[in-house]
Design a protein around this ligand. Structure first.
Ligand SMILES: Cc1cc2nc3c(=O)[nH]c(=O)nc-3n(C[C@H](O)[C@H](O)[C@H](O)COP(=O)(O)OP(=O)(O)OC[C@H]3O[C@@H](n4cnc5c(N)ncnc54)[C@H](O)[C@@H]3O)c2cc1C
Length: 389
């Protein structure tokens, strides 16, 4: 089977003519570097001073990239995707909260979202950002091996217990759960806690998934080590692969604090590491479950082809493909059309709290060479096809 993502009729069948035009106008807008620069500057300012931005953001980028403010308001999007064989992963996208009330609120909302995934067959995974459940200073200190004060020690234990509750709930419901990766300076401790969760809950199948950011130079050897540990420990490795979303911030921090950048020096290095990670995981598919989180056509095609070469059914439960809601529908819908397991990451949360996520999406769509151009040309192609020209 030849895997192609070029069929725009399949790619955009979820979109009415009006929705397609709206997507076209939006990508035109966020493809403009200057406008995005001004827009994200204004949004950062509005966030700082509490200026209301809902009226401008909600009908535009929010409605394109976000499912809604609550779990319930995401239901229409989940049901619409379901019609075309694409599943959804509800992601409570509130970032950077640092006070106890916000942490407790994020934890309770995420727990609701895990339970909700247990009730809906079209939601195949739960997901969370671990940094939402503790103070970043504690994660950073533990990851750097620094000594903690008694209060920090207590916070570290609370963090473990919150993650354990989320993973145990997912395990009880029989739903896998993805643990997102963020900044390098927090990840060592997150890896440690995730490994402990996998030892507890992955004894029969991969329930807990760690995230491997393949833009990091050490991640291929970390993957190999994680596979060996899973084999030796008699558990399954859940491996979500992404390239990594914080490249500029990581490089800048490394420069500021004078340590070697943890990120591959060029895109080709990241791409090679990513594809090698997929190959290594497929060689170990008896103990690894793969979650391929990418908008990259080559990496999406590669996993599909590796599965075909191994004689696996496209809907083998050990392999999943995923793109963010509002992006790369041509990959998602075409893969689903071939019968592969596909799920869209569907962020939700109040407009104000989702803004950092939205700013990242707009910046990514201008800074990643070709991404917006690709979306625009596919939409144009489909509009022409519908007009019969
Ligand atoms: C379902 C899903 C879940 C995600 N979850 C996470 C997560 O938990 N944590 C997270 O960090 N990100 C996450 N992301 C975002 C992801 O890391 C990427 O930022 C984004 O998907 C773009 O990478 P790509 O593989 O889709 O596409 P591509 O366009 O092929 O790759 C772009 C990426 O390549 C890398 N890159 C670009 N230029 C260079 C360079 N000069 N040198 C080295 N590397 C370079 C960067 O990582 C950049 O984001 C997720 C993405 C998806 C689709």
């Amino acid at each position: 089977m030849e895997i192609s993502f070029q069929n725009t009729e399949i790619a955009f069948k979820i979109k009415s003519d009006k929705a397609l035009l709206k997507a076209y106008l939006l990508f035109r807008l966020i493809g403009n570097n200057r406008l995005v620069g001004i827009g994200s500057g204004l949004t950062h300012w509005a966030l700082r001073v509490g200026f209301p931005v809902n009226w401008a953001v909600k009908p535009t980028i929010y409605s394109h990239f976000v499912g809604g403010e609550t779990i319930d308001s995401c239901k229409p999007a989940v049901r619409a995707l379901e019609k075309f064989g694409v599943k959804a992963i509800l992601d409570y996208s509130v970032e950077g909260k640092e006070n106890p009330e916000d942490i407790q609120h994020a934890f309770e909302e995420t727990l609701r979202s895990v339970r909700n995934s247990g009730e809906d067959p079209n939601i195949p995974f739960a997901v969370f950002k671990p940094t939402a459940f503790t103070l970043s200073s504690v994660l950073e200190k533990v990851s750097a091996g620094e000594v903690l004060s008694p209060e920090e020690q207590e916070e570290k234990e609370n963090f473990y217990s919150r993650i354990d509750t989320l993973c145990r709930t997912a395990w009880e419901l029989g739903k896998p759960i993805l643990i997102d990766a963020e900044d390098f300076c927090y990840q060592a401790h997150i890896d440690e806690v995730t490994e402990s969760m996998m030892q507890k809950y992955n004894t029969k199948e991969a329930v807990v998934f760690n995230t491997f950011q393949m833009y990091r130079t050490d991640r291929l050897s970390f993957l190999s080590e994680s596979i060996s540990k899973a084999r030796a420990g008699g558990y399954f490795l859940g491996a979500k692969f992404v390239r990594g979303a914080y490249m500029e911030r990581e490089r800048e921090r490394a420069r500021r604090l004078a340590y070697p950048s943890p990120i591959h020096s060029d895109k080709a290095g990241t791409d090679k590491a990513y594809n090698d990670a997929l190959r290594l995981s497929m060689e170990n598919i008896d103990v690894v479950s793969i979650f391929n989180g990418t908008h990259n056509e080559e990496s999406s095609r590669l996993l599909a082809e590796l599965m075909i070469a191994k004689g696996m059914a496209p809907n083998d439960p050990r392999c999943w493909f995923s793109q963010l809601y509002g992006m790369s529908d041509h990959i998602s819908f075409n893969l689903a059309h071939y019968g592969f397991n596909v799920a869209k990451y569907l962020p939700y949360g109040p407009v104000k709290h989702v803004l950092p996520y939205l700013i990242r999406r707009t910046e990514e769509n201008t800074s990643v060479a070709g991404q917006t151009g690709r979306e625009l040309s596919l939409i144009l192609q489909e509009r022409q096809r519908r007009r019969g020209s």
